[in-house]
Design a protein around this ligand. Sequence first.
Ligand SMILES: [Fe+2]
Ligand SMILES: [Fe+2]
Length: 315
Amino acid sequence: MISPKIKATDRMCDILTEDYQLLLMLGRFGLPLGFGEKTVQEVCQEGGVDTDTFLAVANFNTGGADAAQPFRDRLSVRTLIAYLENTHTYFLDFLLPQIRRKLLAAIDCGGESKVSFLILRFFDEYQAEVRRHMAYENDKTFPYVRALLEGRRQEGYSIEVYSRGHDAVERKLGELKNIIIKYYQGGGDANQLLSALFDIFNCEADLHQHEQMEDHLFIPAVELLEEKVAVGAGEAVPDTPQAKEETLSEREKDIVRCIVRGMTNKEVAEELFISVNTVLTHRKNIARKLSIHSVAGLTIYAIAGGLVNLDEVRL
Ligand SMILES: [Fe+2]
Ligand SMILES: [Fe+2]
């Protein structure tokens, strides 16, 4: 198994300063800045984001599909859909309109050159094409997958249908970039135009990554889900993190309750009439099952899962 470049125990600020392109992920996962020295896992847990899904996307963005491989079977489909939807919003409501504004300000549409007018028309047609592509995913594919998570399989549609029609939406943007570089000779604001071109290069790369992520992370995850629903006959399918939480035994839950109340290993052993070594073994198993290694993380887990009340924990 490939060991991932970005890990749960890395500091969030370190991974972002090493690769600033990852900054875009924060908005798409709904994670705010200002995380100080916290690790990826701590930031995700506090922000209510599934850590494995964050790591799958982060490693995919830095090293491609192979780098995300260790997380592929553990990611939360629900979290991934929310991430993809937020990425659509970023392209449609922010990046593409920003590029259009820059193009409009940069190129000379009032001059003799027909090229300026054609460039804008080309861009508008492209933007409409991206909107159709993403609206289809938002309105057809994602609701289909959410229904699968509830154990319902819609007739006449499958992830295979989506996969067959999933085209590379960024290709035309590459074409526009080349048209401007090779053929635009009109006047206008050179810096604005170069800045628009820079954004087009970034947008093309970002869109390519988005489509690749849908092909290599999203589609395989939904294929797995379809298999579960086929045998599950109408019952809700737990998203991966919920499935992992359910694997804690009653004894492990007792241990979690004690830990988040601030008890030491010795106190836990005395309370539950077991040895300190047994407590340590349980703690190791809990950390492995939940991928949570800190008391702060366990506390959030215990409160969110109803194992303890807020007034029982030591904060
Ligand atoms: Fe998409
Ligand atoms: Fe897509």
